[in-house]
Ligand binder design. Structure first.
Ligand SMILES: NC(=O)N[C@@H](CC(=O)O)C(=O)O
Ligand SMILES: [Zn+2]
Length: 420
């Protein structure tokens, strides 16, 4: 294995130092290494995304495990969790093992499949959670994401079931009866545009119910893509009581608002919808405070025909892996330790993923990313490695450039380009 010397690198914003990578681990020395001039670059533990849609199997025209992995590596990620809303749905040991194996073959990030909670995401019958957990993929997180596990009895059973192996149910919190026909956030802008709204309470009511169920069962709940100020308050109270709940926010919900829907450009259509400026502020505060534990991308690639059409017919979702860190940098500033906590260490800890989200001390597995914080980049959809182009940041200037990413000591990205 090649050894590397990262010359003059700043570990999480600290004074420049030399970091060596030998046999896949961080070391204090090396002999005859390949030298990388890292002056001005900041090293972070490789980012970990608990919410990625890789679309394989079934929609390889929008993304594959390989193209999504490359997109992730270019975004500074070393591990991603692949959502189960594929076709066929990842609701059996066979499908999760297939995704896991494709991830290993691509070899660009560690791909950990998430299993479906219910058969076919239909919300009627529990999937074979135990078989997925004991499969080669070792699934620990289950989610019907894209759909809410709306039936409270099924949600209770799922929480009970995964408790045996310390699993997690990750909920897409959306009371479906309150969002029928919804096109965007329900509020002033939806009224003005005459579009049916997705009220904040549709999210908050499910989170409130689920924290009570998780508390009752003593099991672990994770809330996907929290988007409202009211949800933050429900989470704050639950955490104060000691409920085993964690929560994520997406980069887009930290930056963009429902005003963008006035353009009728479906690139801004997403679930949950973009909310108001005061929700954005509450989400930022909650992320800093830790009421929201992590940033997760909800990278949701869609084919051109599913996005470049009328708003009402467009699929919800945005790509996000390659812009997540720049967006978070623009929101939080260069608070490197906080960024490492929210985008690497805490997601790794929640998922029980070892070897990622380390403190980068000598002996740690060399899963890390190098960022140039002084660079600024105009987002060009044509340059994305993702197979899809549905980024809401086209033409936007964002801070920070991911220069290199290492997975177990081997570069997946060098000079801002994917190695393979
Ligand atoms: N977020 C979205 O708008 N879409 C996601 C599903 C989801 O995360 O709910 C997708 O799979 O496209
Ligand atoms: Zn979702």
């Amino acid at each position: 294995m090649t050894s590397y010397l990262l010359r003059g690198v700043s570990l999480l914003g600290a004074a420049p130092t030399d970091v060596h990578i030998v046999d896949g681990r961080i070391s204090d020395r090396s002999s005859d290494p390949e030298i990388i001039d890292a002056a001005g670059l900041v090293a972070l533990p490789g980012l970990v995304d608990l919410h990625t849609h890789l679309r394989e199997p079934g929609r390889e025209d929008a993304e594959t495990v390989e193209t999504g992995s490359r997109s992730a590596a270019l975004g500074g990620y070393t591990a991603v969790f692949a959502m189960a809303n594929t076709s066929p749905v990842a609701d059996t040991a066979g499908v999760v093992e297939q995704v896991w194996r494709l991830g290993r073959e691509a070899g660009l990030v560690d791909v950990q499949p998430i299993g479906a909670v219910t058969v076919g995401l239909a919300g009627k019958q529990l999937a074979e959670l135990g078989a997925m957990a004991s499969s080669a993929a070792g699934v620990r997180i289950f989610s019907d994401d894209g759909h809410c596990v709306a039936d409270p009895r099924l949600m209770r059973r799922a929480l009970e079931y995964v408790k045996a192996f310390d699993g997690i149910i990750a909920q897409h919190a959306e009371e479906p009866r309150l969002t029928e026909g919804a096109q965007m956030h329900e509020g002033e802008v939806s009224t003005r545009l005459g579009l049916t709204g997705w009220p904040a309470v549709a999210e908050e009511a499910i989170i409130a119910r689920d924290v009570l169920l998780a508390e009752h069962v003593g099991s672990r709940l994770h809330v996907c893509h929290v988007s409202t100020a009211g949800s933050v308050e429900v989470l704050r109270q639950a955490k104060a009581r000691g409920v085993r709940v964690t929560a994520e926010v997406t980069p887009h919900h930290l930056l963009l608002t429902d005003e963008l829907a006035a353009s009728y450009d479906p690139v801004y259509k997403v679930n949950p919808p973009l909310r108001t400026a005061s929700d954005v502020q509450a989400l930022r505060d909650a992320l800093v405070e830790g009421v929201i534990d992590i940033v997760a991308t909800d990278h949701a690639p869609h084919a051109v025909e599913d996005k470049e059409c009328e708003w009402a017919y467009a699929r919800p979702g945005m790509v996000g892996l390659e812009t997540a860190l720049p967006v978070v940098l623009s929101v939080l500033g260069e608070r490197w330790d906080l960024i490492a906590e929210r985008m690497s260490r805490t997601p790794a800890r929640i998922a029980g993923l070892t070897g990622h989200g380390t403190d980068l001390s000598v002996g740690s597995p060399a899963n890390l990313t190098l960022v140039d914080p002084s660079a600024r980049r105009v987002v060009d959809p044509a340059e994305l490695a993702s197979r899809s182009r549905n980024t809401p940041y086209a033409g936007t200037t964002l801070p920070g450039r991911i220069v290199a990413t290492f997975l177990r000591g081997e570069p997946t990205v060098l000079d801002g380009k994917a190695v393979k």
